[in-house]
Ligand binder design. Structure first.
Ligand SMILES: [Zn+2]
Length: 170
């Protein structure tokens, strides 16, 4: 089931999400829906708060489903390694129509659990490292906007607020 993507301005995106203590049918269904929603968008990553659920769950696929074996799901992810730098344009499904260059680590290693509750480790470089970092931000109530200059951030926020006023932000 495709779920509506929550946009910037919604409270669930502003707060840190809660760890998953028990993987139940609800989490399994949520992840299935998140994957469907990410592919439909299309996007390369999605965090649970982006579909209105304040749980520490992320899915990524840097090929947007074009290639096999690029889909990763992690619950309660933690960054254990962040190395190097990359500076590329970045957007967000919760901030449609806006993007900006963002400095991110070149390589990121995450540790968390999968849907069976087993501990897993995922390593990503380049776009995948960027996706991991971006989704981790969502789980902590942050946006890519928090990594850009105040002037650029302020400009984008003012344009979004204008769209909200005009009823064009949903
Ligand atoms: Zn995002």
């Amino acid at each position: 089931m495709i779920r509506p993507i929550v946009l910037w301005g919604s409270q669930v995106l502003e707060n840190p999400s809660e760890p998953v203590s028990n993987v139940t049918d609800a989490e399994v269904k949520l992840v299935k829906d998140m994957i469907e929603t990410m592919y439909k968008a299309p996007g390369v990553g999605l965090a649970a708060p982006q579909v209105g659920v304040a749980k520490r769950i992320m899915v990524t696929d840097t090929t947007s489903g074009e290639k096999k074996d690029h889909l990763f799901t992690m619950l309660n992810p933690e960054i254990v390694v962040a190395e190097g730098e990359q500076f590329e344009d970045e957007g967000c499904l919760s901030i449609p129509g806006f993007s900006a260059p963002v400095l991110r680590p070149k390589k990121v290693v995450l540790r968390g659990i999968d849907l069976d509750g087993k501990e897993i480790v995922l390593e990503g470089t380049d776009l995948l490292a960027r996706a991991f970092s971006h989704e981790m931000d969502h789980l902590d109530g942050r946006f890519f906007l928090d990594h850009i200059s105040f002037i650029k951030r302020d400009m984008i926020k003012r344009r979004i607020k204008k769209l909200i006023k005009q009823g064009k932000w949903d």
